[in-house]
Design a protein around this ligand. Structure first.
Ligand code: ADE
Length: 253
């Protein structure tokens, strides 16, 4: 029976999950609360990572070493980089990279020293299952969010994008900074602050990993506007709906 580690970036997401675990028990490790329980009959350990690559790596390591999870899912928000990636869309990582890794000239730009690579792939099978769950959830997003929220945030029918997510210890909040990232990494779909670190930890341990992000902003000068409100009204309900579809699909296997 799988034991799934769920890392959420947002408190709201965790509370949605916790409400659905009939038997959750809290354990504190490394200053974090880990909630162990079952969802749709599947063992789950849910935790809030906090922000940034180091916090995410510590969290992932504890999930693996102390809680024995055999796969890790990450949900949260990201800034859209590629032209068609709009606020309200969902991005599934197929590969991840640390955009602020730079050990040049000793190693090529972005390469993680001594790994011989800059990109860490998400697990194909796990990501396929999460993609299917996301398609199911996005199919009835208006019912999930309510028509007034769709209108308030001027959301179009949200699309699912799959490809490169880049991570770094910086909230990207100017048009110049996002243009620089686009120029440097033209295939990057979205930017956030944790995913590639967790991908590296999962690579080290040979644990399948998938990351799904709701686009909260365009990583430009208006990136901070209504961020908190967007998370509560849009990002959290979307990721809860995707997780619900994912866990119920496991039960049907
Ligand atoms: N997470 C959500 N939006 C982001 C942004 N613009 N930069 C980094 N991380 C983010």
């Amino acid at each position: 029976m799988p034991r799934i580690g769920l890392i959420a970036a947002l408190h709201d997401e965790l509370s949605t999950v916790l409400q659905r675990l009939p038997d959750e028990q809290r354990e504190s490790v490394a200053g974090r609360d880990f909630w162990c329980g079952h969802w749709h009959g599947h063992a789950l350990v849910a935790v809030l990572a906090r922000v940034g690559k180091v916090a995410a790596a510590t969290t992932a390591t504890a999930l693996i070493e102390r809680f024995g999870v055999d796969r890790i899912l990450f949900t949260g928000t990201a800034g859209g980089l590629a032209p068609g990636v709009r606020v309200g869309d969902v991005v599934l990582a197929r590969t991840l990279l640390q955009h602020d890794m730079d050990a040049s000239p000793l190693f090529p730009r972005h390469e993680v020293p001594l790994y011989g690579r800059a990109r860490f792939d998400a697990d194909r099978r796990l990501s396929d299952a999460v993609a299917a769950a996301a398609r199911t959830a996005l199919g009835h997003v208006e019912a999930t969010l309510g028509a007034h929220v769709v209108q308030e945030f001027a959301l179009h029918a949200p699309a699912l994008h799959e490809g490169l997510i880049v991570s770094g210890d910086r909230f990207v909040a100017t048009a110049a900074a996002s243009a620089a990232l686009r120029a440097e990494l033209p295939d990057a779909l979205a930017v956030e602050m944790e995913g590639a670190a967790v991908a590296q930890v999962c690579h080290d341990y040979g644990i399948p990993f998938a990351a799904l992000r709701t686009i909260s902003d365009r990583a430009d000068d208006s990136a901070h506007v209504d961020f908190t409100r967007f998370i509560a009204r849009v990002a959290s309900p979307i990721s809860a709906a995707v997780l619900e579809a994912y866990f119920s699909s496991l039960s049907n296997m």
